[in-house]
Design a protein around this ligand. Structure first.
Ligand code: ADP
Ligand code: MG
Ligand code: ZN
Length: 636
């Protein structure tokens, strides 16, 4: 993508400011007006006059409206300490030796003074101090001004987020990154899967290609389409692809960029954005993360700035007369938080869901990204797609990239299948921590724990087959993991399968308890997952006898994690908790039963795992299905 983005980042400004600040500080500390003696003292004019009359004044110097004078030796108290820093300002009074107090007094309009000084035999002079004076004035007056000018322009720049103009004052400008027509190189071919989304957007593309066909028949094009879906599913990519397909200019801005320090700026940015868009029509305006400005307005005062911005957006979207050729695309992963007014027909009337890819989609996405790297030998992307359920497009792109890095690290020139598989592990559990030293006992515990999961899974109907077991510690903190993978993607989970999942999750702890008679903290993640499945079964899936089909929890934002809110009486909540405890306990008993029954296999597989550190699902099944090797084993 060759989009020119003019973003002049200039840390120079910042350093300049800091530098100036420091200089100013030093100057203030250095008190340039003070004489080098460091013990200057301000006195009133009459003090000066009386000293003069008494004949105590030794020397006088007039300098920029101030009279500096020193007293004769005999009229002086004793010396005082070292001079302060004096950044090159030479002592103004030449006789101002160490310890002598220099008195300063504001000069008055006293034309007779010169005569009197002369009479008193005082040496006197006027110090024009040209060189120093100019510098002094500059430092005293010009520098602070310069400082503030720089400071403000720095702040303005920050607020303007260094927009395209790059000028000092660009608030209220939209800052949209604009790409001319035909410059966007992304097309629908770069977006794998997501066929339904592409289909809905295809119409917008063909409208932008040939608006006349639509206007002739009297059709009104949707003014906006809202792409909704979890993060990383390719919403931004898709919007770009629409522009690439249509070959029209593409103005893109992200929602948070509207949010400004000053009230009213967001609204003016919106106005500016749409003004630019109308000039460039037909074109596409893309507002990413629109939830930042499109949140529901509420009656409680709320955030004025955001509401103004939203109101402006609403009115701008109403504002294109008929078919002005401006199509607004927006993306969000929090559709439920958007204001209803945004979603009504005539604004974002088309919702385009961009969901997580299914197995086929994942394979297609992997293929697109895999084509960009060098590979060698047989590459089975469908195997990778199978072990990455729930991965988004961005995750998969990352897997491919990680594989390429992995190949480079291994000193190879092309990616092989193993790199891909390793990189899935990295995405799942972090990098291997080779340096971590684990005691033999802990290694055994981890091995039994993981084999516990695997064995329990293998011995249950409805549990996914084991794909891999490993006990190599990972940077995520996991000391090992068991990966399960379904042959085909599942979209429904029946009650038995849900329960089987919980049983499998409890298998790790059950194995520890069975074989070591002690339990460890290693099961905390399993416990968390088991609890959340059990809770969902009861409160959302209607899978408990006690409650039946009543929902007690609602998903809050389905695309961002699985936050839920409880919606039931305290009494019911307590009953739900008891149900959960009971369900998980039942699962744990079952897991223990399975492991007790297959104790010899558990020992055998754990031994192999400790030796090899990683075993594949196939190796696991081979050992499991082999006739019992040990005579003392209990058999199956
Ligand atoms: P979103 O905006 O939905 O959070 P992005 O569009 O920014 O996600 O996607 C991030 C990256 O993930 C893209 O740049 C692309 O490399 C990859 N990606 C996501 N979805 C797909 C897809 N369907 N096909 C190809 N690549 C994808
Ligand atoms: Mg995005
Ligand atoms: Zn576990």
């Amino acid at each position: 993508m060759n989009e020119k983005e003019t973003k002049p980042r200039r840390p120079l400004w910042f350093w300049l400011l800091i530098g100036l600040g420091v200089v100013l500080l030093l100057i203030t500390l250095g008190t340039p007006n003070a004489l080098s003696s460091g013990n200057e003292q301000e006195v009133t004019y009459d003090t000066f006059l009386s000293a003069l009359e008494k004949g105590e004044v030794a020397e006088v110097e007039l300098k920029s409206g101030t009279l500096y004078y020193v007293l004769k030796e005999e009229a002086l108290p004793e010396a005082s300490p070292t001079p302060a820093l004096n950044f090159g300002f030479r002592p103004v009074v030449s006789t101002a030796k160490k310890g002598r107090t220099v008195y300063a007094v504001t000069a008055m309009n006293d034309p007779d003074l010169v005569n009197r000084l002369h009479e008193a035999g005082v040496t006197f002079s006027e110090n024009a101090g040209t060189g120093n004076m100019v510098l002094l004035l500059l430092l005293q007056y010009a520098l602070p001004i310069l400082f503030y000018v720089l400071l403000f322009s720095f702040i303005f720049r920050r607020m303007g987020k260094m927009g395209a103009g790059g000028g000092l004052m660009n608030f209220g400008k939209s800052n949209a990154r604009s790409v001319e027509g035909g410059q966007v190189k992304t097309t629908f071919q770069d977006v794998a899967g997501q066929d339904e989304a592409k289909e809905s957007l295809q119409e917008i593309v063909s409208y932008l290609h040939n608006p006349k066909e639509y206007t002739d028949i009297g059709a009104r094009m949707p003014r906006g389409a809202l792409l909704i879906g979890p993060p990383g599913t390719g919403k931004t990519l898709m919007a770009r692809a629409v522009a690439g397909e249509a070959g029209v200019p593409f103005l893109s801005i992200s929602g948070p960029e509207f949010v400004e320090l000053f009230v009213g700026m967001g609204a003016s940015k919106v106005r500016d954005l749409f003004k630019e868009a109308r000039e460039k029509a037909p074109c596409i305006v893309f507002i990413d993360e629109i939830d930042a400005i499109g949140k529901k307005r509420d009656g409680f005062g709320g955030n004025d700035e955001r509401e103004q911005t939203l109101n402006q957006l609403l009115s701008e979207m109403d504002g294109f007369e008929g078919n002005s050729g401006v199509v607004v695309l927006a993306a969000t992963n929090r559709p439920e938080s958007l204001d209803k007014a945004l979603l009504r027909p005539g604004r974002f009337d088309r919702r385009v869901p961009v969901e997580l890819p299914d197995q086929g989609g994942r394979e297609a996405i992997l293929r697109i990204h895999c084509n960009r790297i060098k590979t060698e030998g047989p590459i089975d992307l469908s195997a990778i797609a199978r072990i990455t359920p729930g991965a988004s497009g961005a995750d998969l792109a990352n897997v491919i990239n990680e594989a390429a890095l992995c190949a480079v690290r291994a000193g190879r020139h092309a990616v092989i299948q193993k790199d891909l598989e390793d990189s899935v592990d990295v995405a799942l559990a972090g990098k291997q921590r080779k340096s971590m030293v684990i005691s033999q006992h802990e290694k055994e515990v981890v091995a039994y724990h993981e084999v516990g999961h695997a064995l329990v899974a293998a011995k249950q109907k409805g549990a996914s087959p084991v794909h891999k077991i490993t006990i190599i510690p990972r940077t995520s903190g996991a000391l090992g993991f068991t990966m399960q993978a379904d042959e085909d993607e599942r979209f429904l989970m029946d009650k038995q399968e849900a329960f089987a999942k919980i049983v499998t999750l409890t298998g790790g702890r059950a194995a520890e308890a069975l074989c070591f008679d002690s339990i460890t903290t290693g099961a905390s993640n399993d416990i968390e997952q088991a609890t959340s499945i059990a809770r969902a079964m009861i409160t959302r899936y209607g899978m408990s006898e006690a409650f039946g089909m009543t929902a007690f929890e609602q998903m809050v934002n389905p695309y961002l994690g699985n936050d839920t809110t409880m919606n039931c009486s305290q009494e019911t909540a307590a009953r739900i908790d008891r149900e959960i405890i009971e369900l998980i306990d039942r699962a744990y008993q079952q897991a223990t039963a399975i492991l007790t029954e297959n104790r010899s296999k558990l020992d055998e597989i754990a031994r192999v795992l400790i030796e090899r550190e990683t075993i594949s699902g196939q190796e696991f099944m081979d050992i499991l299905n082999a006739p019992v090797a040990l005579p003392q084993g209990e058999g199956e």
